[in-house]
Ligand binder design. Structure first.
Ligand code: GKR
Ligand code: MG
Length: 436
């Protein structure tokens, strides 16, 4: 075939498939049409440059926290987070944030990562033994890669299914402390939701239960429903209730048109027993957290909704596999969180925006954060949503002065156990038990 005939053939094929700019397409497909002087079409054997990670730093930080209560404790004076920074020989940087107390695990992971290319994520997954450390490494690599190719992390996760992620208010009972707020009654918890709605625009509420007697928590939900007739309501007592109590509470809150009921009771069997006796969908971040939980959860009929979390589910890419499995199982997906800074806020926004299956408003503790690590102002919720940051990678950067201040805070960290024991001598500190 002559050169001209080949170009005609390609142009015709391109026309049939509806491709525009036929002449350009012909040029692009036909690598040898105009000899070696032509530009724009890479040769198949073009050498690819590899990058090399030469710096890996893991740092513990602490940010002040409120006296939030859950079924086994009061939050400490500060919450701890581990910050990972990586850098390549050519000066590209990536960052990540995971839970506190992961520094040793991250340092062990540095042995696997140093000297490697940030694109070798599957190699890292197979060779880093700690799931949290792998999650941090993967996130930092994606942040770095995003900066190299000038795209956002969400684009590396399948693209932005939505540009802003809706989040829910995370409502806690807060123990009164000398300088802190007091949200220790059902009325005050309901007031907190109204305040979060007014300040951030949240229209759904995850209410942390398992703290006061279940009747008080039912009362709090009833007041919330009165004050916010259209809101989506959820309660999460973190498995502090027996099956019997969980069913009794379910019957009492069914008329409130609850969106879901999160981990009322422990174990897949316990959840299955509750699920048989209520119309409210059951959600979890406690009984379906690893792949091996999926089969028994389906067999027993334990849950309807799984909360996705990149930390314990093996990183951002793995969470996408989780979402696909949830879709196959007929489970809905929401998003889980613990106390976190702005880096995690950005990570969760990229992750949830990439996953079409996340049809519920995801959790976030960010409104409780007062001292952040990121450059510039804290990330802002608008109408209950967090928009994807615009800059490449995660779109947030570490502010060195804020970082130094958060490192100093680690020395100030202490628990509030004495105060809690004074406030409620029967509180089962650190002891995760069925309380009612
Ligand atoms: O910070 O008190 C808390 C929460 O209870 C958190 O630790 C849980 O992991 O938010 C979480 C949950 O949904 O169970
Ligand atoms: Mg939960």
């Amino acid at each position: 075939m002559t050169d001209w005939n080949r170009r005609q053939w390609i142009a015709t094929a391109a026309g049939i498939t509806g491709l525009a700019s036929i002449e350009n397409m012909a040029l692009a497909f036909d690598a040898n049409a105009f000899g070696q002087k032509r530009s724009g079409t890479p040769k198949a054997n073009r050498p690819r440059s590899k990058m090399k990670i030469t710096k890996f730093m893991a740092t513990l930080v602490a940010s002040p926290d409120f006296a939030l209560l859950n079924s086994w404790n009061v939050h400490d004076t500060h919450f701890l987070r581990s910050i990972l920074e990586i850098e390549t020989a050519d000066g590209y940087k990536g960052i990540a944030e995971i839970g506190g107390g992961q520094i040793k695990e991250l340092e062990a992971a540095s042995q696997v990562v140093l000297g490697k290319d940030p694109f070798e994520i599957e190699y890292f997954r197979r060779n880093i033994n700690n799931i949290h450390a792998f999650g941090a490494v993967e996130t930092a690599c994606l942040d770095l890669i995003g900066k190299v190719i000038n795209r956002r992390v969400v684009d590396l996760l399948g693209g932005a299914y939505r540009e802003a992620q809706p989040f829910s208010a995370y409502i806690f009972f807060v123990m009164p402390t000398p300088n802190g707020p007091d949200y220790s009654t059902p009325e005050l918890a309901a007031k907190q939701f109204v305040e979060f709605n007014q300040k951030y625009g949240f229209t759904s509420c995850k209410f942390k239960g398992g703290v006061l007697h279940p009747n008080k928590e039912i009362e709090a939900l009833q007041i919330m429903r009165e004050k916010m007739p259209k809101a989506k309501l959820r309660i999460d007592p973190n498995a502090a209730w027996s099956v019997e109590t969980s069913v009794r509470v379910a019957k009492a809150i069914e008329p409130l048109d609850m969106e879901y009921y999160e981990d009322p009771t422990p174990t897949l069997d316990g959840m299955a027993a509750v699920r048989k006796q209520t119309k409210i969908p059951l959600a979890t971040n406690m009984v379906v957290t690893r792949m091996e939980h999926i089969k028994p959860a389906i067999q027993k009929g334990s849950v309807d909704i799984v909360l996705l979390d990149n930390h314990y589910m093996g990183g951002l890419n793995n969470v996408r596999y989780w979402a696909a499995i949830c879709e196959a199982m007929g489970w809905g997906c929401s998003g889980h969180s613990n106390n976190h800074l702005g880096i995690s806020m950005a990570i969760m926004t990229h992750m949830n925006c990439a996953i079409s299956r996340v049809e519920y408003h995801a959790d976030t503790h960010y409104p409780w954060t007062t001292q952040d690590i990121i450059k510039g102002p804290m990330l802002q919720f608008k109408d209950g949503k967090m928009a994807l940051p615009d800059a490449p990678g995660l779109g947030v950067e570490i502010d060195p002065d804020k970082f130094a201040a958060l490192q100093e805070n680690v020395k100030k960290f202490s628990n509030r156990h004495d105060l809690l024991k004074k406030w409620d001598p029967n509180y089962p500190l650190n002891n995760h038990i069925i309380r009612w």
